[in-house]
Design a protein around this ligand. Structure first.
Ligand code: NVA
Length: 384
């Protein structure tokens, strides 16, 4: 990581950071980098991220780099995305790759090696002119925010507000040691999950001991922000953000029929003002959320299932609905996702195609691997 000297800090600037929702015209975006990504240790709590059929592989190779061809493929996918966005007139910034993820680190509360994937959306939350570093909830991700340090410093120099939510300890007391192991890696998105699986009965792998959240469990609709209690975001974390943002914002808790919720952006995804995608395998279980959208006249569309010929180690196939809306009725979508492309066209939305499927293996789609820093438009209410 290199942090250059600050420049021009005495010249006042209008904030380069300004984004209130997921669909206003996109002007500047961070696209992640994959370099340095490392196989994380398969601690018990990490099992909520890793698909069961890969547990042996992760056990055996913890702390090693991922196979080179996978990393190269993902790096190409991210470069493809940068090019497509620049061709659409969006300014793109990229973090430096890291070279220390395999280094064993130690805090007073745990030891681990890193992970460091390209999913900037998991780590940082932009609300208006503020970039918030999420505390995260899994030990290999403890230092992941450092990957963005030099970029954050630049955005700070360019007028953005920069906040770090309190880090949690990630000590073992944060995790429910009685959480049934056979429930940890349920295939996320499976519609036939048993009725007693943890999240459906209010039980999660993270306990309510310290606030924790990943940024990707929040989805922004102007003054209204929807959040799900997930395996990595607890109620205390939600309250921290609620109090931090104050009365200008309303945080709404939504529940979905999901066996292992981790990040909301394959579950409830806005396509623009007045239109949201819902995952048919994870229907919304909160009548008040359905009411809120229906009363305000929002259309709720079911996403078609993903079809990209990709490998999935860290997510479900629903990365197909993890779209990046760039405004003016344009949505970036992986070029292999024919059913999704067809659906977008049927809604009068222009699909902007990118070859991105080789990033899916690292658990992130187009929304995960990006962070909108600036969108044209201000703070509005879409539900009053
Ligand atoms: N955990 C989610 C991915 C979120 C981007 C899923 O597996 O669908």
């Amino acid at each position: 990581m290199k942090i250059e000297d600050a420049r021009d800090i005495d010249t006042p600037v209008a904030s380069a950071v300004s984004s209130y929702n997921e669909w206003d015209p996109l002007e500047e975006v961070i696209v992640g980098t994959i370099g340095g990504v490392t196989i994380p240790p398969l601690t018990r709590e990490m099992k909520v991220m890793v698909r069961r059929d890969y547990w042996d592989f992760y056990r055996k190779h913890a702390g090693e780099p991922y196979p080179e061809e996978l990393v190269k493929g993902a790096a190409r996918a991210l470069d493809n995305l940068q090019k497509v966005l620049e061709d659409e007139g969006v300014a793109v910034t990229r973090p430096d790759p890291v070279d220390y993820a395999a280094t064993r680190f130690r805090t007073p509360h745990f030891e681990s090696t890193g992970f460091f994937n390209a999913d900037v959306r998991d780590v940082l939350l932009v609300v208006g002119d503020e970039i918030i570093e999420a505390p995260m909830a899994l030990p290999p991700r403890y230092f992941e925010h450092f990957k963005y340090r030099s970029l954050l410093q630049r955005y700070f120099e360019r007028g953005g507000r920069w906040t770090a939510a309190p880090k949690c300890t990630m000590g073992q007391w944060m995790y429910d040691q009685d959480y049934p192991e056979e429930h940890l890696a349920y295939f996320r998105g499976d519609p036939d999950i048993p009725d007693d699986v943890g999240p459906l009965v209010g039980q999660y792998m993270t306990k309510e001991v310290e606030p924790c959240f990943d940024a990707a469990d929040f989805v922004r609709f102007g003054r209204d922000i929807i959040v799900q209690r997930s395996q990595v975001t607890n109620e205390l974390g939600i309250r921290w953000l609620e109090r931090h943002l104050g009365a200008e914002y309303r945080i709404h808790r939504a529940r979905f029929r999901s066996s292992g919720p981790v990040h909301i952006d394959t579950t409830w995804v806005p396509l623009g003002e007045g239109r949201v995608l819902t995952c048919p395998a994870r229907p919304c279980l909160s009548p008040e959320i359905m009411d809120m959208f229906q009363r305000a006249g929002w259309e709720i569309h079911e996403a078609p299932e993903g079809v990209a010929p990709a490998e999935f180690q860290l997510s479900s196939r629903w990365l197909s609905m993890n779209l990046l809306v760039i405004g003016d009725e344009r949505v970036v979508v992986d070029k292999h996702e024919e059913p999704t492309i067809k659906m977008l066209k049927s809604l009068g939305i222009k699909p902007v195609l990118v070859d991105f499927k080789d990033h899916y293996v690292f658990g992130g789609g187009l929304h995960c691997a990006t962070l909108d820093v600036r969108r044209r438009g201000g703070l509005k209410s879409y539900f009053d």
